[in-house]
Every structure is written in structure tokens, then in C-alpha cells.
Design a protein around this ligand. Sequence first.
Ligand SMILES: [Zn+2]
Length: 509
Amino acid sequence: MTKTYYLTTPIYYVNGKPHIGHAYTSILCDTFARFHRMLGEPVFYITGTDEHGIKVQKAAQEQKKEPRAFVDEIVPQFKELWRVMGIQYDYFIRTTDDDHKKVVQKILADLEKKGDIYKAKYQGWYCTPCESFWTELQLKDGKCPDCNRAVDRLEEENYFFKLSKYQAWLIQYIEDHPAFIQPEYRKNEVLGFLKEPLEDLCITRPKARLTWGIEYPGSKDHVVYVWFDALVNYVTGAGYLQDDKKFKSLWPADIHLVGKDILRQHAVFWPIMLKTMGVEMPKLVFAHGWWRIGGAKMSKSVGNVVDPIAIVQKYGSDVLRYFLLNEVTLGLDGTYSEDLLAERYSSDLANSLGNLWHRTASMIEKYFEGKVPQGKQESRFYDPKGLWEDVSKAILSYDPREAVARIWAVITRANQRVEETKPWILAKDVSKKGELADVLFNLADSVAHVAVLLQAFMPDTAHKMLNRLKMTHGETIGHVSEFCKPLVTAGTVLEKGEPLFPRFEEKKS
Ligand SMILES: [Zn+2]
């Protein structure tokens, strides 16, 4: 049985509307998923929503709603964003799903039986207005770090998960599997964190202060800590303890893509949870960076949250995809601004890719009545085999920016080719008709090669290009040997169409 390429976004916390950070993670996963589908592999791309916990309970209270009614209103906003952005996920999991809740409870009962969960008294500091429980270390000058008000000493009984018991094992595992946490600097960060003794994790909350959660099995007074509940989604969504055959075909996950702010949960808590459950480790936990808006971290309190739907409505989803995939190397922080996006739109999309299509189609229209001329493959000015291999290698090593750069190198080369060969001069000389045909055939073919590869990165644009090239087979090319053939056929009538990326002045009016 072929192992399915299984990839996950974090499940998004539903205490507010989705923003560009959510869109970024989902676009990255969508790009990887589409590329693997193009290679003909079975793919399972899971995303979803993390719906329990104190922040959701409070956000619901503020709107005078029941938590369930509140989350039921937020979830469609996420689904709508993924629809608008063309995110092709295979499964959407909600932590309020009954099957998920049951498996979480089953896992907890098992771990308690094994002795990896125990009950103990827990002391900390409680901020009543914030309804938040803080450890000594989290306090700021002895006060609540969120609202700066006085806190009260509180003691409560909770369930604890024995992280400490597995600390030495985890360090060894990470050292033995250097590709498990990426980028490498994040792996080193995790190993640095693991130099300090790991405290056991409090995995319940008393119902006295939190009711919106999965009930702890065996206690009517506790609900499960939201992180423990959330992480389990990666296996419940894959059929764990529900559908063995499905789970076997999916697990281990090929990649958990996460933001760097939640790396510790994924690189420390989650591996230890899996270890005690007796489940194989995922192949890779990859942490991406943040988008800074004008140099500041995007946050609701600063009020600089970018709404991806507004951007997509203005520019189209492919433009946002291109910007986010191309602007920074995966792992690093990036700077987002609409000015910057408009700049890339104009230079890379309108003037480069859009212009290549426009001049190629225009010249074929002018000199060959819109039909792709018969040309010689030997006059190729780029190497499709190298292109395919470079782009594949970049995607398989999770470097979409490098993949985009390889594709754009061909676009740039093709535009240069037009300048070098000056088809408008060749066209004046009847004896140069063959040469002109070679140039235009190979330009059209380069556009076809670009369009096939762009399917993973800019699916709408790629499909538009394939349609205009009348390349019905464009979506089925999944191997380098098919890719290296000439992809356009002489005699095909091209459809020039409207500019792929109209100049922005035209767009505004
Ligand atoms: Zn407070």
C-alpha cells in the first residue's frame, strides 16, 4: 500500500476571526498538498478548529452566547476563508466533534492506567477578572501579566501528565533524528529548552473555573486542558482508535506545519504524548515564522490584524499566495504590507509573468494567425528537466521560495529571449520564417512548462494559462519524462484573453 502523504496545519483557535497568519499556514500546506497530488501521490491534508478553553468561554460570555453557539458561528468563517483562497483540504476536524472527544477520553484513561497521569494539588495565582491562573514565574511584578491587577493565591486539585519521566528519552530522540524539528535553529531552541528540568504538565482545569472543555474521564469536576485536547486531533483526524486501516495508511504524519510560537507544544508535549501512547513519531515538525506588519507583530490588541479576505477580493487569492510563498524563506519572519504586495504584483506578476504570456500570445496572433507554429525542440533556451528537478527538490525539502525562484528564473529567461531574438525583426524577413517559428514555439512551450508547475503555487492562474494554451492534459503531467516533452502542439489556436495581471492603475478604476 502506498503511504499517503499526510500533512497538517495546526487547528486554529476560534476566539476570533481568521487573519493572514492563519492564511499563511494553510497556503503553505495547500501548496505542498497540491504538489504531491501532481506527482500522483495520495494526499491527506487536514485542518480544523480548536474550540475549547477559557478564551473561547470568555469570548462567548462577552457576546452573551453559549460557547457552542459561539463556535458554531466562527467555524464557517474559517471554512469560507479556505474556500475563497482555494485551499483544498481533505478533512476539517473540530475538537467539539464527538468522535474526537471520545478518543481524547480513551487516551487519558489509558495513560492514567499506565501511571503516566497522576492527581496532585496545584498552587498558583489567580486573576479573578481575567479568570486566568498563573504560575509564580508568569507574574509581572507579582501582578497579573495580562491586566496588571492583583492576584490571589489559589490551590486546586488537578491531573498531571509525567513529562519529566520522558525528558531524557526526548532529548535522545531529537539528537538521533536531526531532521525531526526544522529549521535547525528551532531544533536547537528546543534542545536548549530541554536543558532545564521539564515540569509535569497540568492537563486539567477544575470545572469551577472552566466548563467549556472535554470532561476528564473519571472526574465530574475537571475538564481537559485545551492543548492536550488539541494536539490529539492529529491522530483522531487520521482515524486513530476508530479506523485502523485508515490510520495505518496515514500515520506517521509527514509534516506538522506550525507557527514558531507553538513549537514547544508540538516538539515537546506532543512527542511525549505519542511516546506514552505507543504511537510512532511524526516525521517532521516544521516551524514557520511570523508576519510583521510595519515592523510590529500582528496582534488584535495593536489593531494591525490583516484580513486576508479583503486582500483576496482586491487582488485575487493567487496574488496573496505568491506574495506569502515568495517573500521569505520558510521558517523566517516576514514583513507584510499592502504596498509591498502591490510592488511584487507589478514587478513579478504583471511585468514578468503577465507580460510573457501577453507578448507570446500577441506575436503568435500577429505572425501565425493565433496558431502555435511548428518549431524545433532543439531551439529550447531552458532546461525543463533541470527545472522539474529543482522545483521538486525545493518542495520536498520545504523550501517553496526556492521553488518559486526556479520558476521565475525561466520566466525571466523567456522574456530575455524575446529581447535577444527580436521576433518583430525576424518577421520582416520571409527567409527567417522558420527561425521565427522556432522562437515562438519555444516561448509558448516555456509558458506551458511554467503553467504546469504553477498549479501548486498559483492554481487559478495556472489553470487559466493551461486553458488558454488548450492544454487539457496539463493537469495530468506528474512525471519528469512527460514534463520534458514539448507540451504545446503546433496548430493549436491560443486564446490570448485579458491580461493575466492587469496593471494596478487599470484595476483600481
Ligand atoms: Zn488579569
